[in-house]
Each structure stands twice: as structure tokens, then as C-alpha cells.
Design a protein around this ligand. Structure first.
Ligand SMILES: [Zn+2]
Length: 206
């Protein structure tokens, strides 16, 4: 895809995501593949609800940026790692939502969340029934992004990673073959997380 149409599509999706409150205080980062070896990604520290054209950077899959005065997010390496793992990944969306943050820290001894019984599961690629068990891996957060990228690589080699994962106390990464599928996966995952959190709150209130 060319730069301009990719940037336009990605900005539309980020606007919608930001309006949901999933990237407060400049949180989150978003990317889309341009070709086999490069992607477009949001710059570090920009307000996702007020993105400008210059807030997008182009980088190669080693995270090397070919532009400008803006810096890439430290988390760029997680995006580029995913593109490197699979040529079928066309977009990666990362949010800092409240349900993702709360649930991933509440279950400190778990390395995944499992969803079952939700119609919304069918928003996820490969899930055809609400009766399927949907696994969402959790990686422990780490300020050393190289370490986190290595954890991701190791989990990728042994787990089912079809649509996304959580970083504990941090947020969601979701992806898809293109920007629209990545958006559908992100919205599905955020919906499932919100359901689980609300169920827990109802239990507390009993
Ligand atoms: Zn983040």
C-alpha cells in the first residue's frame, strides 16, 4: 500500500479508537505495513485524538526510522517484531485501556486469559463459535523493550497468537491482515475484557 492511503486509513481508525478512551494521555501506538520491509507507525508521545500527518513515521523492520524530527515510540520494536514473525500481519494496534490494565494485573499468577461463552469471540479470526475457548496471552511488562520483545518471540514460538496479547498492567496489542481486521480484533478483545471486568464487579456487589 502506498504511504498516503495507508496514513489516511490508519488515522481514521486511530480517531475511532481514541474516541473510545483507549489511548488516554498519549498512550498507545499504531502501525500498518507498507511493504515486506517497512511500516508506518505513530510517533512517540503524540496525542492520538489530535493526530497530524507529521505524527506518522516510516521505519524498517529493525525499527530504523527514515525521518524527521519526531521520535519512534520505544514500543516500535514490538510492532516490527510482529511484522517480522508473519508476512500476513498488515497492521498492529496497541491501546492502554482500563479493562486491559486492571484484568492483567488482577490475575498476577496467570500467563493468559481465557474467554468462553461470548458471541463477540466470533470477531476474532478463526473463532467460529461462542463455545470455543479463546486464549489471550499475557506478557509481563518490562521497561527494557528488548527484553519484552524477546519474551514475545519466545511466546510466539510456543503459543497460539492469532489476533493479540496483553502486556501486564499496560495494555492490548491486536493485529490483523489489514487495518480493518486489526480494528475488528482490537474492538473484539476490548469488548471481551470489558465484559470480564464488569462480571467481576457484579460478583463483588453480590
Ligand atoms: Zn504501550
Amino acid at each position: 500500500m502506498n504511504y498516503q492511503s495507508t496514513a489516511t486509513q490508519l488515522k481514521e481508525v486511530i480517531d475511532a479508537i481514541a474516541s473510545r478512551g483507549w489511548c488516554s494521555a498519549t498512550g498507545g501506538n499504531f502501525s500498518a505495513r507498507l511493504d515486506l520491509n517497512s511500516c508506518l507507525i505513530t510517533a512517540s508521545g503524540v496525542d492520538k485524538s489530535r493526530l497530524e500527518a507529521e505524527d506518522f513515521l516510516v521505519c524498517d523492520l529493525n525499527g530504523k526510522v527514515n525521518s524527521t524530527s519526531k521520535k519512534p515510540s520505544a514500543e516500535t520494536m514490538l510492532h516490527t517484531s510482529l511484522y517480522g514473525f508473519s508476512a500476513d500481519i498488515g497492521a498492529v494496534l496497541h491501546t492502554h485501556s482500563v479493562p486491559a490494565t486492571v484484568l492483567s494485573t488482577h490475575f498476577l499468577n496467570r500467563d493468559c486469559l481465557i474467554f468462553c461463552g461470548y458471541e463477540m469471540q466470533k470477531a476474532l479470526q478463526g473463532i467460529t463459535s461462542h463455545e470455543d475457548a479463546v486464549t489471550l496471552p499475557i506478557l509481563d511488562n518490562d521497561r527494557n523493550i528488548l527484553y519484552l520483545a524477546e519474551q514475545l518471540k519466545q511466546r510466539w514460538q510456543k503459543d497460539i497468537f492469532s489476533y493479540g496479547f496483553l502486556v501486564r498492567g499496560h495494555g492490548v496489542y491486536a493485529w490483523g491482515k489489514d487495518i480493518q481486521e486489526a480494528k475488528r480484533h482490537l474492538e473484539g478483545i476490548e469488548f471481551l475484557l470489558a465484559c470480564e471486568l464488569n462480571k467481576m464487579l457484579l460478583e463483588v456487589g453480590k
